[in-house]
Design a protein around this ligand. Structure first.
Ligand code: GLU
Length: 290
């Protein structure tokens, strides 16, 4: 079968029941695929082993099917992708843009609270990783270390390429250019892998998987807008193709807050059990997305 010209995906984490916000995201992605004559894939983002539950994964399949959505099988699950993540990490390590980090959350908080030497005041103000372990060699990586991207080295390595991306979502549509200063101020040295080297963190897993699934259009919520530059940078370092992004509006509660996973009152299955139809849920999504 020839690859579809438009491939998007819905990539939930099975750490709770899908709520109205997920329904809106899924419907937006599937509608976009239908309108473009393309395909929408389902991917299970189950790297957070402490919070992932098999019953939540089963509920994802059930709730999406109830909404009338269909997806190609087999479904990609991130827990099956350790080898691909380890290869990507080895590639980045080979470029010299990674380092092992042994800081706990408490260490990072303490370092940020202390007067900053060299890390820069902007890091302290924004809560970015202060760089305590930066410069440690990958050969020193212990089994409980995280692996971080050395942003400065990554930017230096890509400085002869101007990195662009296209956004088609409602609030930031246009062609964007990677802004190194904004990345220094807002992103910093992100975690790429946790604990042992095969367990990818979100940024690395999503970039590797979108490329492996030939995703051409990434449809997701505006809460992930800020992750786009780091994903674009990782794509360049890993020599992966550039997709188009579409960050959609978010379903919000009466106070304007984004729905949280534990908001079971807004769970798709709560509406279903109350006798609402998939069309009712679609209408509720459209009414509360802003
Ligand atoms: N797994 C992420 C979430 O549930 C979505 C990742 C993405 O769409 O890039 O929020």
């Amino acid at each position: 079968m020839a690859p579809a010209g438009f491939v998007t995906r819905f990539a939930p984490s099975p750490t709770g029941l899908l709520h109205l916000g997920h329904a809106y995201s899924a419907l937006t992605a599937w509608d976009a695929a239908r309108d473009a004559g393309g395909v929408c894939l389902l991917r299970i983002e189950d790297t957070d082993t402490a919070r992932v539950r098999p019953d939540h994964e089963a509920a994802i399949y059930e709730d999406l099917a109830w909404l009338g959505l269909r997806w190609p099988e087999p479904v990609m699950r991130q827990s099956d992708r350790r080898v691909a993540y380890a290869e990507a990490l080895a590639h980045l390590a080979g470029l010299g843009v990674t380092y092992p980090c042994r800081c706990s959350r408490a260490d990072i908080r303490a370092a940020l609270a202390a007067p900053q030497e060299g890390a820069g005041a902007s890091g302290a103000a924004s809560g970015l990783y202060p760089g305590t372990c930066r410069g440690r060699a990958m050969s020193e990586a212990g089994p409980s270390d995280a692996i971080r991207l050395d942003l400065e080295k990554a930017l230096a390595l890509t400085k002869n390429q101007t990195l662009h991306w296209t956004e088609t979502g409602p609030s930031h549509a246009g062609r964007h250019t990677l802004d190194p200063d904004a990345m220094r101020a807002h992103i910093g040295d992100v975690v790429l892998a946790r604990k042992d080297i095969g367990t990818a963190a979100y940024h690395l897993a999503v970039v590797v998987d979108d490329a492996a699934q030939n995703v051409t259009h990434i449809v997701r919520g505006e809460d992930l807008l800020e992750a786009t530059p780091i994903h674009r940078l990782l794509q360049a370092l890993l020599e992966l193709p550039e997709p188009v992004w579409h960050h959609h509006a978010l379903v919000r509660d009466e106070d304007g807050k984004r729905l949280a996973k534990r908001n079971d009152a807004r769970a798709i299955r709560t509406y279903r059990e109350a006798g609402l139809t998939p069309a009712d849920v679609r209408r509720l999504c459209d009414e509360s997305a802003r």
